[in-house]
Write a protein that binds this ligand. Structure first.
Ligand code: ATP
Length: 308
């Protein structure tokens, strides 16, 4: 089988390179919801990332021009640090990620979003998106081999690179348990992967992409303890050394973030480390107390429906 694996893998690469140009990157992005056209200014330069520091500067945003989705939102994600967003459903967490990925541009007077001091409206979308890795809640898998699905993160990646990424994402052993290893077909017409496995594939893909900035939308669904541990380890490997902005639903992520921002009705109402927010004894402290006393996996932003 090991002898077969090499040539099969080669075939995988050919298939991948032919397919690469045909696949729409945005299919990968479950964050995407009804994006409007965002156009680059003529002659816009590429984003130059040195540190990967993100800044939201007094951001105001409305999808429909009537209701406010974000109001006066200002915060920084310093180089290599992790910021977690928490808040009830509709509080604006996804909007923050969508704006950073430039699904929408801020208008005049709606504030600025900067990466290493450059307003993201002034740089090419392509260079911005190259600098950002996205791990959505529910990743899309192509009807292709698992190796293809991981290698998609970086054009022309070698079998060794794919395997290293899968190991780092805690997925290698699982892949070896499939009858054809990395050549096993996944997706609708192949092996069906669980939510946690799909997320680890997305993590492996993003490790290969190697972006300085990460957007993570944690799965809300309950995971068993060992899957949860694997995902946490995979995420730790991914987040290390990168600036990350996560929508946090679970205790483990929230506790390990450098800064937690609590959103309510489109505004940041509390900000600080886990310890600081618990000591503040406000909204976060009560969310935390509720979650500690309940199941660890109950979603923080959906407690009213799930705790019944
Ligand atoms: P959830 O946890 O449910 O995903 P969230 O905190 O991510 O919620 P957002 O999706 O950012 O919240 O929504 C913020 C506000 O913007 C809400 O009032 C929501 O109804 C509104 N909104 C979100 N997407 C759109 C859209 N495409 N068009 C119009 N309004 C929208």
């Amino acid at each position: 089988l090991a002898q077969l694996y090499g040539p099969l893998n080669q075939l995988g690469y050919i298939y991948r390179s032919v397919n690469q140009s045909l696949v729409d990157t945005e299919k990968l992005l479950a964050l995407l919801n009804e994006p409007t056209e965002v156009n680059d200014r003529p002659g816009a330069p590429d984003l130059i990332v040195n540190d990967g520091e993100i800044e939201f500067d007094n951001v105001n945003f409305s999808y429909d021009g009537r209701t406010t989705a974000l109001h006066g939102v200002s915060f920084k994600v310093p180089k290599g640090s992790s910021v977690a967003l928490v808040g009830e459903s509709g509080s604006g967490k996804s909007t923050i990620l969508r704006l950073l990925y430039r699904f929408y541009d801020l208008g005049e007077g709606e504030g600025r979003i900067l990466i290493d001091g450059q307003d993201i409206r002034d740089v090419t979308q392509k260079s911005l998106r190259q600098a950002i890795g996205v791990v959505p809640q529910d990743s899309v898998l192509f009807n292709a081999s698992i190796g293809y699905n991981i290698g998609y993160g970086k054009f022309g990646s070698s079998a060794e690179e794919i395997e290293a990424a899968a190991r780092s994402a805690q997925m290698h052993e699982r892949i070896l348990s499939f009858s054809e290893g990395y050549e096993t077909k996944v997706g609708e017409r192949g092996v069906r992967l669980s939510g946690g496995e799909k997320q680890r594939v997305a993590i492996a893909r993003t490790l290969l992409k190697n972006p300085p900035i990460l957007l993570l939308d944690e799965a809300t669904s309950a995971l068993d303890t060992s899957t949860e541990k694997d995902i946490q380890k995979a995420l730790q490997n991914l987040v290390r050394g990168r600036s990350s902005l996560s929508i946090a639903h679970r205790l483990s992520t929230i506790a390990s973030a450098d800064v937690i921002l609590v959103l309510k009705d489109g505004q940041i109402v509390e900000a600080g480390s886990h310890k600081e927010l618990v000591a503040l004894d406000g909204i976060f402290a009560s969310m935390w107390a509720d979650q500690v006393s309940a199941d660890d996996h109950i979603s923080l932003d959906d407690r009213s429906t799930k705790k019944e």
